[in-house]
Design a protein around this ligand. Structure first.
Ligand SMILES: Cc1cc2nc3c(=O)[nH]c(=O)nc-3n(C[C@H](O)[C@H](O)[C@H](O)COP(=O)(O)OP(=O)(O)OC[C@H]3O[C@@H](n4cnc5c(N)ncnc54)[C@H](O)[C@@H]3O)c2cc1C
Length: 504
């Protein structure tokens, strides 16, 4: 197990490094609805600025889609939602918090990602950029050209891209260079690669967008997944994703903030005693609890917000490591199972068209190879999901497992327990996962620029803000939606955010 402290992550411009509570701020009360990573991040920014902060969480355990639990058998700890954290480890906001002191250890597998192919080999994304380019052979130079500048300048680049898109950039040349490729469909950028292996790798990275490979912006996702792999890796959290939530809650508690669980907020009308209300909710839930607080016009705008595809997820208890055909797969905590570029493109296309792919693109994590604390001795866990149309009730289990068997024959024989989460099952455990959408809403150009409306974090009510992944920069465990939302909310009260500058 490796636990490295971060050093190459960005800093957030425009924030003072010392905590600077004013007498006025300490008289102010804020509440946050929802304790996902963005809700907790917003709560931390508000508490750092000196406000009294309470977080209300509907579920029994805080964390939203960043929780761990025994979903299969006793002693097997599974990540209910998120599992792998390139953007968590690469987040400028998280990196400025003392999360390590609050118990968070990132664990890195020797390689961030492996992408097995039918010939029994795998393309491997190494953390070291040079090792990756060497492994990609003739395509190495193009890979370096694409990723090199982002990797080299990650500390300037991350704060630029992990926030609202429409703003005056601090590093325009860097963004322009990124944008030149990022705006293109993955199909176009992948066509520059000579090898089918590199094209397959790029497709798997781009498929994190939930878009078809011929849609604009898909390359942005591939690059935003690959660049941090070369900077901070794709770590998992030691002992499970709950450790991230526990560290955020622990730090919030040190700042005087409180998290109240099993406390679903049913109406904003009941929250009149707060100077600020931040909602770690998607537009659908905000509308459900809005009461009299939002204007009709704003409600209409929220009603137009669109959700993206859902996911079908399976957690496994295993009595052995997964028997991959390609031994390189044992070096990576994350695997992309989908074969060639064309197959992955067909799978994502089918989902975009409301169909269930025969050969789905499967994302799989095998955390226990690198973190023994999550399963009994000699046993393992597996985490896998594939994309499905929003709200799908189709049983993808046989197709998902066929994809695993394709690259790891005998997989089914090592399964001793499995727990299936359909889109409805996911939403039942976290109401933000509308129809199984794990991204807080569809990602297209409009919803990238105006997420969820042109007001971004603000709403029609002066003291109510949105801070979930339905605001910029969107999905992923990075806390940046919460950070930006809280900053806007403080500005509304004429307050400056303050921050303790201890780095992990
Ligand atoms: C299966 C799955 C796999 C994923 N994989 C990854 C990954 O590997 N890496 C990664 O970075 N990201 C991943 N993600 C995405 C990531 O988890 C989310 O983008 C992130 O959790 C969003 O954080 P959030 O704070 O906006 O919302 P959430 O984490 O969804 O939290 C919202 C919280 O609000 C609470 N809530 C809702 N309504 C109310 C109410 N009325 N009153 C009180 N509380 C309420 C919910 O219970 C929940 O706790 C994954 C997500 C899922 C589901």
């Amino acid at each position: 197990m490796t636990c490295n402290r971060e050093s190459k992550v960005g800093s957030l411009a425009g924030i003072t490094s010392k905590r600077n509570p004013t007498a006025m701020a300490s008289d102010l009360k804020a509440c946050v609805i929802g304790s996902g990573p963005n809700g907790l991040s917003a709560a931390i920014v508000l508490a750092q600025a000196g406000l009294q902060v309470e977080v209300f969480e509907a579920e029994r355990i805080p964390g939203g889609a960043t929780r761990s639990m025994e979903l299969t058998l006793p002693g097997f700890i599974h990540d209910f939602g998120s599992a792998v954290y390139p953007l968590g480890a690469g987040s400028p906001f998280f990196s400025a918090l003392p999360l390590h002191d609050c118990g968070l250890e990132w664990v890195r597998s020797p390689a961030p990602l492996a992408h097995p192919l039918d010939d029994g080999t795998a393309v491997v994304l190494e953390q070291d950029l040079e090792a990756t380019t060497t492994g990609l052979g003739t395509d190495g130079a193009i890979w370096r050209q694409l990723m090199g500048p982002l990797v080299k300048h990650w500390s300037e680049f991350a704060p630029e891209v992990l926030g609202p898109v429409l703003k005056i950039p601090r590093h325009p040349w860097l963004l322009a260079r990124f944008g030149m490729n990022a705006l293109l469909p993955a199909k176009v950028v992948a066509s520059r690669f000579k090898s089918d292996r590199t094209r397959a790798l790029f497709a798997g990275l781009a498929a994190h967008s939930f878009l078809s490979m011929d849609e604009p912006l898909t390359s942005a996702f591939a690059m935003l997944m690959a660049a941090p792999a070369h900077v901070v890796g794709w770590p998992i959290a030691c002992a499970g994703s709950q450790s991230i939530t526990n560290a955020l809650c622990g730090y919030l508690a040190k700042l005087g903030g409180q998290v109240k669980t099993s406390a679903r907020v049913k109406s904003l009308d009941a929250l009149s005693g707060y100077d600020l209300v931040l909602c770690d909710l998607t537009p659908k839930q905000l509308l459900e609890i809005a009461g009299q607080q939002l204007s009709d016009r704003y409600r209409r705008q929220l009603n137009k917000y669109r959700y993206g595809p859902g996911v079908f997820k399976v957690d496994y208890a295993l009595n052995a490591p997964i028997p991959w055909k390609a031994p390189e797969c044992l070096r990576a905590a994350t695997l992309h199972l989908g074969g060639t570029f064309d197959e992955i493109a067909a799978s994502e296309n089918a989902v975009r068209n409301g169909e269930h792919p025969e050969r789905p693109f499967v994302l799989l994590a095998q955390p226990t190879l690198f973190d023994r604390s999550r399963a009994p001795a000699g046993k393992h866990t597996g985490w896998a999901y594939c994309h499905v149309p929003n709200g799908s009730t189709f049983d993808m289990l046989p197709r998902l497992e066929s994809q695993i068997e394709r690259f790891a024959p005998g997989f089914r024989d090592i399964v001793v327990g499995r727990h299936v989460l359909s889109p409805a099952g996911l939403e039942g455990m976290n109401s933000n996962l509308v129809g199984g959408d794990i991204a807080g809403g569809a990602i297209d150009l409009r919803q990238l620029l105006f997420r969820p409306t042109w007001r971004l974090y603000a709403t029609s009510a002066r003291n109510i803000f949105l801070c979930s992944s339905s605001t910029p920069p969107g999905a992923g465990v990075h806390g940046m939606c919460g950070y930006h939302a809280a900053k806007r909310a403080l500005a509304r009260l004429g307050l400056e955010p303050a921050r303790e500058s201890s780095r992990q």
